[in-house]
Design a protein around this ligand. Structure first.
Ligand SMILES: [Zn+2]
Length: 399
């Protein structure tokens, strides 16, 4: 299933039709000439979503007509194949991705790499993570997958994806240089978040199209994956940190930011702020419920009712089942055979990002961590557009 999103800069499309009636013929010619001269400097960036089903993780191809890169590899064998075919459709001239960047190293973002390389009939492409910690996290998960070994039996996985057969460590390296694409566009890698959904996660930001690739840290109309393998006592800290990270995002990026998550839709009718808010509310609500209930089905039903499309996934159920009833028991609730549904108003452990006694609301007057930082520049293309205007004005005066 593909969604193609073209983020063309409106200026290129609309400027001539808006201004042409006002211009003399000679000036028109000059404007056209200036467009021809400057067109190569205005990037047209396409962002293409690749996923094999609405439940599976996303990869994103980010490209202009000359070059491109990929974010995340998906999980299933078929995902890598489709990603490769989609790449080849866009670059029939044997051009390869400049790099693949992995937002984090959970299996659903890396296991598609072997089939991607296989389908393109290549053995190497630069694949980056942000830190050694992310590589360690990858190896932790690969060991678990080696033990479970679903590669022989699963219809969605292939034994060539097994860590026994594919040496992930020989392909995936720590990024050690700045990334620049599309004629001088700096690709921002944002990392060093506190341990949240994953221990070491990164985001990628492409300023000219205000595109924020969030990995698993933000979902759009999809479940939020609460890792089931985290040790119980620590995993609530991760969720608490995650809420803090999300709060920071809403003020660190422009409100017109477009989200491209590892799970769920791309562009949706919800705004950037609304989406972040839905993620925060889901996590806050989930904490309030799991620390106050002995019944996973009850918790899931409430979450499904309140957050449509954010909870009704088996994975969420599995990861919540890992927290229920242990969370409530840790606060003294007497759980027995999935009962009671509610323990009578128990409060989850203190989380610095959730106001006390207001577990169902995330609105706070306190400034989030990210809000004290300078905003990342919204778009460097504005400079280019201003420069073109300046050029036109100067030329008009000269002629
Ligand atoms: Zn993940």
């Amino acid at each position: 299933m593909f969604y193609r999103q073209t983020n063309q800069i409106d200026f290129v499309n609309h400027y001539p039709s808006l201004i042409q009636p006002l211009l003399s013929f000679r000036l028109k010619m000059l404007v056209h000439l200036s467009f021809i001269l400057f067109l190569p400097y205005i990037s047209t960036i396409d962002i293409i979503q690749v996923r094999v089903s609405t439940d599976s993780s996303n990869s994103w191809i980010v490209r202009n007509e000359h070059e491109g890169f990929i974010i995340d590899c998906g999980c299933y064998w078929q995902h890598g194949e489709i990603l490769a075919r989609k790449w080849r459709e866009n670059f029939p001239n044997e051009k390869l991705p400049a790099f693949i960047f992995l937002t984090h190293t959970h299996s659903d973002n890396i296991l598609g790499l072997p089939s991607f390389l296989n389908e393109l009939n290549i053995t190497q492409v630069p694949v980056y993570v942000s830190s050694v910690g992310a590589l360690n996290e990858m190896n932790y998960w690969l060991e678990i997958w080696q033990e479970i070994n679903p590669f022989e039996s699963s219809t969605l996985l292939d034994k060539r994806q097994s860590p026994n057969q594919f040496r992930y460590n020989e392909h995936i390296k720590v990024l050690d240089h700045p990334l620049t694409m599309f004629d001088d566009e700096k690709i921002h890698i944002i990392s060093n978040f506190p341990a949240a959904e994953s221990i070491h996660s990164s985001m990628v930001y492409v300023p000219t199209v205000r595109a924020l690739f969030t990995g698993d840290l933000v979902a759009v109309n999809s479940h939020l994956f609460v890792s089931p393998s985290d040790a119980y006592s620590d995993s609530d800290n991760h969720v608490c940190n995650w809420i803090g990270v999300l709060q920071s995002l809403s003020c660190a990026f422009p409100s017109s930011t477009r989200l491209y998550p590892a799970h769920g839709d791309g562009q949706s009718s919800m705004s950037f702020i609304e989406t972040i808010d839905a993620n925060i509310r889901w996590l806050t609500y989930m904490r309030a419920l799991v620390f106050n209930s002995c019944n996973t089905t009850f918790v899931m039903r409430i979450l499904e009712d309140v957050f449509r499309n954010y909870s009704n996934i088996e994975q969420s159920r599995a990861s919540l089942a890992n927290r229920i009833p242990d969370s409530a028991i840790s606060l003294g609730c007497k759980c027995s055979r999935n009962a009671p549904n509610t323990c009578g108003g128990l409060q989850p452990p203190a989380c610095q990002f959730v106001p006390k006694n207001r577990t169902l609301s995330t609105r706070t007057t306190a400034l989030s961590i990210g809000c004290v930082h300078q905003q990342i520049p919204a778009s460097s293309v504005h400079l280019r557009i201003d420069y073109i205007f300046l050029f036109i004005i100067l030329s008009t005066n000269i002629f």
